[in-house]
Design a binder for this molecule. Structure first.
Ligand code: ZN
Length: 134
């Protein structure tokens, strides 16, 4: 698969409004985008650090997997996303290598990117996202 870098780290929060000040006031980062991703029933806030981003995820519905994660764990580190050129190819390669997939085909993520998740059972219990332009 050969990812080029860590695209972002996803962090589940109950409220963007309450979480953003830590990143802005303590870390001195700038929230450059807030976007709702209907597919995932979340509202996201992004911060950039070099080539990598922090993605805060606030659930917009109790049905959201993020809402369930917060209910179970109280929030916190949710997933790590690796950047690849072609998400469909990367997912196929992962499946061929014996990795269990959550998404067999790419779907739409934030920032107009294609995304797909690998199953934590196959990734040492770390929810892993593959993400790229196509
Ligand atoms: Zn993500």
């Amino acid at each position: 698969m050969k990812p080029t870098h860590i695209e972002h780290i996803g962090i589940a929060v109950a409220s963007l409004e309450e979480a953003i000040p830590f990143y802005e006031k303590v870390l001195g980062l700038e929230c450059y985008s807030i976007e709702e991703v209907a597919d995932q029933k979340v509202k996201t806030a992004f911060f950039k650090i070099g080539q990598t981003k922090i993605e805060l995820l606030e659930p917009t519905s109790p049905e959201s997997t993020i809402a369930k994660f917060i209910e179970k764990n109280g929030g916190g580190m949710h997933h790590i996303a690796f950047a690849v050129e072609d998400v469909a190819t990367a997912l196929n390669e992962a499946a061929e290598a014996g990795c269990q997939l959550i998404d067999k085909a790419p779907r739409n993520g934030a920032e107009g990117l294609k995304i797909g998740f690998l199953h934590p059972k196959s990734t040492n219990r770390v929810l892993t996202e593959i993400c790229g332009e196509k």
